[in-house]
Design a protein around this ligand. Sequence first.
Ligand code: PLV
Length: 324
Amino acid sequence: MPGPFHINTPLVESVGMSRRLGTTVYLKMESSQPSGSFKIRGIGHLCQQMAMQSKGLVCSSGGNAGMAAAHVARRMGLPATIVVPSSSPPLVVQNLQDLGATVKITGEVWDEANAEALRLTETEGLTYVPPFDHPLLWEGHSTVIPEIAASMGPKQKPGAVVVSVGGGGLLCGVAQGLRGVGWEDVPIVTMETEGADCFNAAVKAGTIVTLEAITSEAKCLGAKTVCRKAFQYSQSTEQAIISELVTDQQALHAVETFLDEERVLVELACGAALAAVYSGVIQRLQDEGRLPRPLGHLVVIVCGGSSINREQLANLQKKIPRPT
Ligand code: PLV
């Protein structure tokens, strides 16, 4: 059986973030994964289990799930069709084509692209690769936590873990992984941008809701409805999940600061998680007594993302107005 397809990524301290927060901040560098994001953990695992006899993969994606599926398909010698919405930048289409995938642009947001991927699954007999809603994805994503535990060493435990949420797959993997290593008492801080906030909307409403539209530029967080399992985790009393939002401006500022300080370029979806520190969200949660002070080591999952280069960053800088 081929794989695993993902690599064990570095856990490194961010001196700049540690200085801001007054406690050690570790970055789990999922941006170094072969496909540019954590997605290859879950998608690689799912394909190992489900696609061995497949005649090809079809994946609906804002971009990064598609990149992971295209990578895995290439390694498995399978054709891949990736359905993306028109909101995905041309760069995403180019990156996918460079990996040998067939790209289909359908609908304006991910949910519409997904309907087309499901249709192709039926009509073409392809193996459907979901971007966030599947137990095998969560199991694959969960491997990030034992890696963090091994890097931190015995008797060490994070004070909190920060993740971005799109459809909630990464969150489910992190929650599962934390339970797996006996860290269910470690709070998870979930980050979304305003306008791509289906998890926050569900937490506030106390029930799963579907957003009318995705108005954030963080298109890879742009699922209109969060997966049921992520919502269920938010309702559980076993593990604290704190749902927070930032603006696109704050996510962009975080991307820029991260580039300057860590010399790594990530996309806006990841900027949302970084903004937890750069925009003072963690400090505010401490002020409000929702996170302890002093806090143990903070771990930020740097989810990464390939929908970014200098040109795309400049586009975002034009599109997203600076705070006045
Ligand atoms: N992006 C998905 C879903 O898009 C995709 O198709 O690529 N950080 C990055 C860089 C991401 O690409 C994503 C998901 C997330 C975070 C959030 O992960 P999730 O969906 O598992 O919560 C619509």
